[in-house]
Design a protein around this ligand. Structure first.
Ligand SMILES: Nc1ncnc2c1ncn2[C@@H]1O[C@H](COP(=O)(O)OP(=O)(O)OP(=O)(O)O)[C@@H](O)[C@H]1O
Length: 548
């Protein structure tokens, strides 16, 4: 083995060496050996082969037959090597640019480059084997889990749009395993108590696991919660190892119990989200007695709803082939109590409330087809929701309906085949005269109730509601007898002009004076006088007419 042999060898193989490193630009310029050797040193030096002997051995093992390689390496004379190599000491390995920024990267990428060039040495082989092993293990675990999941686990799926989702999420948020979850979502929850005593209780946060799998123990069973996030929503499923579907049902029942406890004395309000009903908030139930209106009208309405929701009513309707649905139209001036009454009605009969606004015809159809049982659909301000009289509606709008609901769309839904049986619909409006006859005919609006401005009776009742005596008053020694309050209420009501102010106006004034019923009576005349000058519509003489 001589220098010339080695040089010849390098010369013969320099093209392949260059190709091995994909140095295609270099190939056409491969003219002279010193240049090639230098290039080879430069390229190969990056791999950490410091001496020419090392470079040579690598070269021989890579490009030559193993037999030649052994022979060459055995016959390689150390002195010759040193002598030969010393002449190239000045070409000590150069650090490539990539190694400056990512130390060791070129070393790690070398096997890949070799592999691409079709050269597989033991190092590359080891790395490939490791890679294949890791890949295989990953897939093996995945397929194993899928197998176990299909045959040896029970799974319970919960859709984001179902109320069961809220039940589960509320329960999960209380569980200890949440603290260890690595992927979480934070939500602001309304405090259970209405009085916010300090900053810490303001906008309390709850955390729930998000987008991942989370194992936890429940009654001695290992369960896995899977949260799959899609856009702004997530679907949940829970699986239990072993065939125990009952444990999952037990879990959901427990969640349901906790949830119902939490929402006790509250009504659930749903709104539409992407064409599905979604619970948006809980509202405290307002006793229907606190909505001041004609007692006879109120009782009549309550009786009608109660009768409709009665156990045998559905069968009665079915026997006669009459669609099992009921509609009410509450109309009257703003602030007369229409919405308050609707929500109180929902609370009275434990109905969920579904509010509709800003929705298109196609979505309306789907939403009506998927009404949850035992619910009231509340369609507020139908006159401004694009459902005025047909002759008022621009024909262009009929032909090219905008994003909102059209009159024909609503009429179709109200008595179309997709309409859910057993639904209660409440429409409210401030202008019944603007509504199309078809919308408010019996069958669609079976009862129409007028909510009027505050008359003497309503004003007195509102006064009594605000200054109702409670045990707190007694404790604070600020209690007035029932008779005193009644006398003051009548006195107050006599000073409020009939059917000029809405109950909302009167209530607002009374709340300003809530600390003293005497002040309320003393101040009412001032308030009325101020209101007369402030509102041009409520000038004396035209008040009653304008207010009606
Ligand atoms: N008849 C009433 N009895 C008790 N409170 C009332 C009554 N009318 C109005 N209020 C009070 O006034 C506020 C507004 O009432 P509400 O929203 O129910 O009126 P509305 O008729 O639905 O008004 P709008 O037509 O503008 O929607 C509520 O906070 C409610 O407490």
């Amino acid at each position: 083995m001589t220098n010339s042999y080695l040089k010849q060898y390098l010369q013969r193989n320099i093209t392949r060496i260059s190709a091995a490193f994909c140095d295609v630009d270099y190939l056409p310029q491969a003219q002279s050996l010193p240049g090639h050797a230098s290039k080879f040193t430069q390229i190969h030096g990056r791999l950490g082969y410091k001496t020419y002997k090392e470079q040579f051995l690598w070269l021989s093992s890579t490009f030559l037959h193993p037999y030649n390689s052994t022979n060459i390496s055995q016959s390689f004379n150390r002195n010759e090597c040193n002598q030969w190599g010393s002449s190239y000491d000045s070409h000590s390995p150069q650090i490539s640019l990539i190694d400056i920024f990512f130390p060791g990267l070129s070393l790690a990428s070398a096997p890949v480059q070799q592999l691409l060039a079709g050269n597989v040495d033991s190092y590359t082989r080891l790395l490939c084997t490791l890679g294949v092993f890791v890949l295989f293990t990953r897939y093996a675990i995945h397929y194993f889990w899928e197998l176990v999941r299909s045959y040896f686990t029970s799974t319970l799926h919960v859709s984001y749009y179902d109320e069961a989702y809220d039940m589960l999420v509320d329960w999960i948020a209380q569980q200890p395993f949440v603290h260890n979850a690595q992927s979480l979502i934070a939500r602001v929850r309304s405090p259970q108590r209405t009085i916010i005593q300090n900053q810490a209780k303001k906008k309390p946060l709850t955390f729930s696991p998000w987008d991942g799998s989370f194992p936890f123990w429940y009654k001695g069973h290992l369960l896995i919660l899977h949260c799959a996030a899609k856009d702004h929503r997530e679907d949940i499923y829970i699986s239990s190892i072993g065939l125990y579907p009952n444990i999952l049902k037990e879990l959901v029942e427990e969640c349901r119990g906790t949830y119902l406890n939490n929402i006790n004395k509250k009504i659930t309000v749903f709104e539409h989200r992407e064409g599905d009903w979604k619970k948006t908030r809980l509202r405290a139930i307002r006793p229907i007695s606190t909505v001041i209106m004609d007692k006879k009208v109120q009782d009549d309405l309550l009786r009608d709803v109660k009768d409709f929701l009665g156990e045998d009513t559905q069968k009665w309707y079915a026997d006669r082939g009459i669609p099992y649905q009921r509609g009410y139209l509450l109309h009257g001036p703003p602030g007369a109590g229409k919405s308050s009454f609707s929500l109180s009605l929902a609370g009275e009969y434990e109905l969920d409330t579904l509010q509709l606004s800003g929705i298109s015809d196609s979505k309306l159809m789907k939403l009506f087809a998927e009404l949850p049982p035992h619910s009231i659909v509340l369609l507020e301000d139908v006159d401004v929701a694009g459902m005025g009289r047909r002759d008022d509606v621009d024909t262009d709008q009929e032909n090219n309906p905008g994003p909102g609901v059209t009159l024909s769309g609503l009429l179709n839904v109200l008595d179309g085949v997709s309409s859910q049986e057993g639904r209660v619909l409440i429409m409210t409006t401030n202008h019944i005269e603007h509504l199309d006859e078809a919308l408010i005919r019996p069958g669609r609006a079976d009862k129409k109730v007028y909510f009027k401005l505050a008359d003497r009776k309503i004003s007195a009742q509102l006064f009594q509601t605000v200054f109702k005596q409670t045990p707190d008053h007694k404790q604070a020694k600020k209690q007035f007898g029932g008779e005193t309050i009644e006398r003051l209420a009548n006195n107050f009501a006599s000073k409020v002009p009939d059917e000029v102010f809405s109950p909302a106006d009167v209530l607002s004034f009374l709340l300003e004076q809530k600390n003293s019923p005497f002040d309320a009576v003393a101040e009412v005349e001032n308030w009325v006088a101020k209101a007369k000058t402030a509102s041009p519509l409520k000038r004396e003489g035209s008040w009653v007419e304008e207010g009606r």
